[in-house]
Design a protein around this ligand. Structure first.
Ligand code: MRU
Length: 392
């Protein structure tokens, strides 16, 4: 891909090497027409998927990937909420941190003179954010965590504003560290020569950095294990084809793309050693993840292929059972169209649940930042006691 830097209306191509060189492995590079008026080199790449920069939240528009790598600069909580709803920002952990940053924007720009006024503004922003997507529990977890820390503080307006921003920054830092640990723990399940199949995108684009399922693969790769990855495209929005393949190519990890309906075939041909996916919510009896995960899990079971789930503790909701969780239904147009191109007859009716439910009996291990949990520990019901046994 070529980098074009727009500066004062001119395309400045000489920045190509400079910016390319500035990218570290495991970092998100922007090789695109950057829609920033006066661009200076440090702005041209993000070290993390989402960043707080001088009262703006900066991230990549994931709907445009991989064709265009466009940075979006979000100025207020409403813009963060819209970006989450439109899936410019997506992936459970990233949605959580973005929501925390949304509240930080509310605090940063607030003109409130009294603490109570600021709290009312934060509560209103929280209500808005929580309406954006119902299934990924990280959204609710993050909003509640920021509100709880704000409610518990008796600081005046200025200090409270600062503490909300600091809490969001802390959550972003924690997400990076959490995912690094997930990678470390999970890599113990990876053997040299393994071919993994993954579904949707549980890579760094779905988190602040590293990813969850892909952190495991990336860590194993860094340890010198020669892993390969098969990625299913993940209709309707193609997060597998667009985002996971893009990340793995950037990391230099061998990757093969298949369509969703090829999963059974590749498994039956012995082409898959292990499956690893992320999660949007882990409840007591199931893992809830991108639509199609359940199908992959059942096929893995049929072919005696281990099926692993990697997720941070912020994705666990052990007060709930799967029947309590709202499964997001999105626009039928995501099914009748592929990337804005109609594929079904006009007036076709379509059903578009965004997530499905995989009962724990199909799950061969859950990897979180505290370690790896096996079925011998959770059976058909995952309890918070099980997590406590993993230690601090
Ligand atoms: O609808 P999306 O793209 O937000 O769904 C994402 C997934 O289902 C991921 O697998 C999940 O959020 C885990 S991301 C680490």
């Amino acid at each position: 891909m070529t980098l074009y830097v727009e500066r004062m209306g001119h395309l400045v191509a000489e920045h190509q090497m400079l910016l390319k060189d500035a990218l570290l492995p495991n970092r998100i590079g922007i090789y695109c027409l950057l829609r920033i008026e006066f661009l200076i080199p440090w702005e041209a790449h993000l070290v993390r998927t989402i960043e707080w920069k001088d009262g703006l939240v900066v991230t990549l528009d994931q709907t445009k990937l991989p064709g265009e790598e466009v940075l979006i600069k979000l100025k207020n909580c409403g813009e963060v909420a819209s970006a989450i709803r439109e899936m410019r920002i997506r992936g459970a952990p990233l949605i959580g941190v973005a929501a925390a940053y949304g509240l930080a924007l509310t605090a940063h720009h607030s003109k409130a003179r009294y603490r109570e006024e600021l709290m009312d503004e934060l509560e209103a922003s929280a209500d808005l954010l929580k309406k954006m997507r119902p299934t990924a529990v990280n959204l609710f977890w993050a909003v509640e965590r920021v509100l709880k820390s704000a409610r518990g503080s008796f600081a005046g307006v200025e200090l409270l504003k600062r503490s909300v921003i600091e809490e969001a920054e802390k959550m972003a830092d924690e997400d990076v560290e959490t995912n690094r640990k997930i990678g470390e723990h999970g890599s113990k399940l990876v053997e040299d020569g393994d071919t993994f199949l993954t579904h949707c995108n549980a890579g760094r684009l779905a988190t602040v950095d590293y990813g969850t399922a892909l952190a495991v693969i990336q860590m194993a790769w860094k340890q010198g294990k020669r892993v390969k990855v098969i990625v299913d495209e993940t209709r309707p929005l193609l997060q597998g084809a667009r985002l996971t393949v893009y990340e793995l190519i950037q990391d230099g990890i061998p990757v093969t793309l298949i369509t969703d309906n090829m999963v059974g075939y590749v498994m039956s041909k012995g082409m898959v050693d292990k499956v690893i996916v992320g999660a949007d919510r882990i409840v007591r009896d199931a893992v809830i993840n991108k639509i199609g995960t359940y199908t992959v899990a059942v096929l893995a079971s049929e072919h005696s292929i281990p099926f692993y789930v990697a997720a941070p503790l912020s994705t666990f909701d052990l007060t709930a059972l799967s029947r309590d969780v709202a499964i997001e239904e999105r626009s039928p147009e995501e099914v009748t169209h592929i990337q804005c191109h109609r594929i079904a007859p006009k007036d076709a009716w379509a059903f578009n649940p965004a997530f499905d439910i995989t009962p724990l009996r199909y799950v061969g291990a859950i990897i979180c930042e505290k370690g790896v949990i096996f079925p011998s520990e959770y059976g058909n019901s995952l309890e918070s006691e099980t997590l406590k046994r993993l230690g601090p």
